[in-house]
Ligand binder design. Structure first.
Ligand code: NCD
Ligand code: ZN
Ligand code: ZN
Ligand code: ZN
Length: 429
């Protein structure tokens, strides 16, 4: 944490301002009306020239897979965090499907010890296991854990938790006020489809249908209602899920997360020599579903997360049944959110809600708003910059080294990232 006088930035309201950051906290905001951006820096504060750039709260991405321990050849907490801050993300929530799973205090401590080096805040979503209710209570008392993660169906590195154990965790989490994040795909529906379709990337969406997702979401909503649990639905792929959530009677207790890949790509995009690059759980959906989900972004969705799931291209080249599921993208969440804003899909207040504000409120983090008293996790953006993802001066920072979006023209670019009042990333520097 540190102190800084951030001179001459533009607030989302359009006003020019200077921000006084002390002890990692936004101490005061001097907008044009109140002394203005021209205010001289207090003598004791180092000064950063904001060059008139737009200042936003850093993005909060509660769904990343940084693979450490056990998958360090794909990503580590350090390489993942570096990629995050390059894209303007200042808090990441790492998932428990590492090896070992993060379902014990010992496994949590191992990750926490590695986190000190990381340039962004790291939180660890603790994993639900058949017999770890006590571990969950202890983990939730540490500063590292803000949510419990439950795999209601199988995905990379996890076979899925049995329904009776899932229910026990929902019950306990409800009593504790601990939000539950779910991977919602119904195990039996997936098993039933197994023999009915060819096993290849193009049929992944048939092998794991929207109905399988709806069945699991329906069950998660039922448990959240019965036990008073706060529910975070991970990687929602269909607006039909939103209909269920809105009819649930507990909308205010549910957080709907969507990922850029389900907003940008559909089954029609699956092509190239390595089709398994598009294999992800839950799958990419047909084009009309993608379009409907993107149309819902402006009003019906609570937040964006990357589900950053780095795998090597060598792993993706394996035959379909052996190739791991998952698409990398931790460094491109805010860039896409900015591009959608530049397209006129929503205003800056909504961009902040989608990238940090809503999830901060849901989890009780003192972040995600530009106000005195909030943590000084900030990103400086050139709103007019036109650039091409994965080309020119943009190199993929994730250790896995590839992206599905290379060549995409974007508008609006994160240039400087601050965590706790300290500059942790500077584009080109
Ligand atoms: C994720 C992974 O690789 O860890 N894969 C994926 O397809 N999304 C696991 C997950 O989020 O389900
Ligand atoms: Zn998942
Ligand atoms: Zn995931
Ligand atoms: Zn902070």
């Amino acid at each position: 944490m540190s102190d800084l006088f951030l001179h001459d930035v533009r607030l989302p309201s359009g006003e020019r301002a200077a921000l006084e950051l002390r002890g990692g906290i936004i101490r005061s905001i001097h907008a044009s009306g109140s002394g203005g951006p021209g205010l001289p820096a207090p003598a004791d504060l180092p000064r950063e020239d904001g060059r008139g750039l737009l200042v936003l709260p850093g993005a909060i991405d509660m769904h990343v897979h940084f693979r450490q321990p056990g998958g360090e050849h794909k990503e580590t907490l350090l390489t993942g965090a570096r990629a995050a801050v390059k894209g303007g993300t200042t808090t990441c929530g790492d998932m428990p499907n590492t090896s070992p799973h993060t379902t014990t205090l010992a496994a949590l401590a191992q990750k926490a010890a590695l986190a000190a080096e990381a340039p962004c805040h790291l939180l660890f979503n603790f994993g639900a296991a058949p017999e770890n209710l006590l571990d969950v209570r202890q983990a939730a008392a540490t500063p590292w854990v803000r949510a419990l993660k439950i795999y209601m169906g199988p995905s990379t590195g996890h076979g899925g938790l049995a329904p009776e154990h899932t229910e026990a965790h929902f019950r306990q989490a409800g009593r504790m006020g601990l939000p539950v994040m779910v991977h919602a795909e119904h195990i039996e529906s997936i098993a039933a489809a197994e023999g009915r379709f060819p096993h290849d990337a193009r049929h992944h969406a048939d092998l794991r249908s929207i109905e399988a997702e709806l069945t699991a979401v329906h069950e998660a909503l039922r448990m959240a209602r019965d036990h008073g649990t706060k529910l975070h639905l991970c990687h929602v792929t269909s607006a039909r899920v939103l209909d269920l959530v809105e009819a649930s009677g507990i909308r205010e207790r549910v957080f709907v997360e969507v990922c850029p890949h389900h907003l940008l790509l559909s089954t029609a995009d699956i092509h190239g020599p390595v089709e398994n690059r598009y294999k992800v759980n839950p799958p990419l959906r047909p084009e009309p579903e993608r379009a409907a989900l993107l149309a819902a972004l402006a009003a019906r969705i609570d937040g964006l997360a990357s589900d950053h799931a780095p795998h090597t291209l060598a792993e993706k080249r394996l035959p379909y049944d052996e190739a791991p599921s998952g698409i990398p993208g931790v460094e491109y969440v805010l860039p896409f959110a900015l591009a959608w804003w530049a397209e006129g899909r929503y205003d800056l207040a909504r961009l902040i809600a989608l990238t940090s504000g809503n999830v901060a409120r849901f989890l009780g983090l003192n972040r995600g708003a530009l106000e005195p008293g909030r943590e000084a996790d900030l990103v400086l953006v050139d709103p007019d910059a036109r650039w091409t993802l994965g080309a020119g001066d943009d190199r993929v920072a994730s250790k896995c080294g590839w992206t599905l979006y290379a060549g995409t023209p974007l508008r609006g670019r994160p240039l400087v990232t601050l965590v706790g009042g300290r500059v942790v990333y500077r584009h080109g520097g």
